[in-house]
Design a protein around this ligand. Structure first.
Ligand code: 3PG
Ligand code: MG
Length: 410
């Protein structure tokens, strides 16, 4: 990676502001954290800093409070979970910035950890306000970005703080960029992409970009309906993106030109109405009735996809194969997760719901890498740079002597 990381600099005794992405899913009723993978993924950075005697100041957003204080989006629960994992007290300030917060920071000792309250309680965060960024910068000597999942956002805590503090990458950010970068740069072939989820529109950039790298592309989930429709199949009342039919045709043409084997479902599970009680029927894609909706891939499609994936040395998976929120329509998604877990291949799971599924199934440890990013992962795999990464110091700033007030380990 061409950016400096915490390993390149001397952090001992320093006040280190670490932007993390602890935007974790919460139970709607109880507010409890339903998946703490994003917290656990950041432990290497936090522990590295604690072990070297830094004063660790963590900051994150949670949800989308839109500039207002929303009690159920306070970071208390997140800090508590981190505290349990670290076996160390982690307090939360009342506000991300201000004199009271500065006092709390001033009382930190070497190896202490403090959490700043939800950054998005201030509208200035998403507005990328220089004033807000300066308020954050005043708290620390060094800025670390370990929030891979938010690095596609041009928000103050992601792109602006680095104007006032030397800024380097954390270990999770480094790992994400290296692992996702490796599948773009030098994947072991055959390389298969398994893609699902509702919309083509979210993924066009990524589809276009990985089309130049993959040998197989297997498409399931809601988005398969748009491809099937583009091939003139009857897809009943399945939701499609009518304005993306040309995109789908373009992608299929590109696949053909590139010699990419693009597989669509040959059979699907259909229902008359989507509900928690609905019972699905298996139908060949030639026999979908005008009143039916596709809710999962069918058994023959599962077999076809398995056959291709078993040949692969690298597999990237993003997006469920069906409506995985409803138990009876998770078969395709679960079959794919189980298969990937059993492969010798490098298996990389793009974040968001695919990450949640493999974690819930207890298979995350069986994958080579599970990304903590959703939108950020798609953006990166679409070949775009991430503003939060751009904002960090380049490795060659060491040689250029650009690091005011920073001791390096070089
Ligand atoms: C995410 O969960 O995708 C990131 O934390 C970014 O959150 P956002 O989509 O609300 O900006
Ligand atoms: Mg998001």
């Amino acid at each position: 990676m061409d950016k400096l990381t915490i390993k390149d600099i001397d952090v001992s005794g320093k006040r280190v502001l670490v932007r993390v992405d602890f935007n974790v899913p919460l139970d709607e009723k109880t507010g409890a954290i339903t998946d703490d993978s994003r917290i656990r993924a950041t432990l290497p950075t936090i522990k590295y800093l604690i072990d070297r005697g830094a004063r660790v100041i963590l900051c994150s957003h949670l949800g989308r409070p839109e500039g207002k204080v929303v009690d159920k989006l306070r970071l208390t629960g997140v800090a508590q979970r981190l505290s349990q994992i670290l076996g160390k007290q982690v307090g939360v300030t009342r506000s991300s910035i201000g004199s009271e917060t500065e006092k709390s920071v001033a009382s930190l000792k070497s190896g202490d950890v403090l959490f700043l309250e939800n950054l998005r309680f201030h509208s200035a965060e998403e507005r990328d306000s220089p004033l807000f960024a300066r308020g954050l910068a005043r708290l620390a000597d060094i800025y670390v970005n370990d929030a891979f999942g938010t690095s596609h956002r041009s928000h103050a805590s992601i792109v602006r703080v680095g104007e006032y503090l030397p800024s380097v990458a954390g270990l999770l950010l480094e790992k994400e960029l290296e692992t996702l970068g490796s599948i773009l740069e030098n994947p072991a072939h055959p390389f298969g992409g398994l893609l699902g989820g509702a919309k083509v529109s979210d993924k066009v950039g990524m589809l276009e970009n990985i089309m130049d790298k993959v040998d197989f592309l297997l498409i399931g989930g809601g988005m398969a309906a748009t491809f099937l429709k583009a091939k003139s199949y009857e897809i009943g009342l399945s939701l499609i993106e009518a304005d993306r039919l040309d995109t789908a045709v373009g992608l299929m043409e590109k696949a053909a030109r590139n010699g990419v084997n693009l597989l669509l479902p040959v059979d699907v599970v259909v229902v008359d109405e989507i509900s928690a009680e609905a019972k699905g029927k298996i139908a060949s894609i030639e026999n979908i009735s005008p009143h039916q909706r596709i809710v999962d891939i069918g058994p023959q499609t599962i077999k076809n996809f398995q056959e291709e994936l078993q040949k692969c040395k690298t597999v990237f998976w993003n997006g469920p194969m069906g409506i995985y929120e409803i138990a009876q329509f998770t078969e395709g998604t679960q079959a794919m997760a189980r298969l990937l877990a059993s492969l010798e291949a490098a298996t990389i799971i793009g974040g968001g719901s695919s990450a949640e599924i493999v974690t819930k199934m207890g298979l995350a440890d069986k994958m080579t890498f599970v990304s903590t990013g959703g939108g950020a992962t798609l953006r990166f795999l679409g070949g775009q740079t991430l503003p939060g990464v751009e904002a960090l110091l380049d490795k060659d700033s060491l040689a250029a002597g650009k690091l005011k007030g920073l001791t390096t380990l070089a």
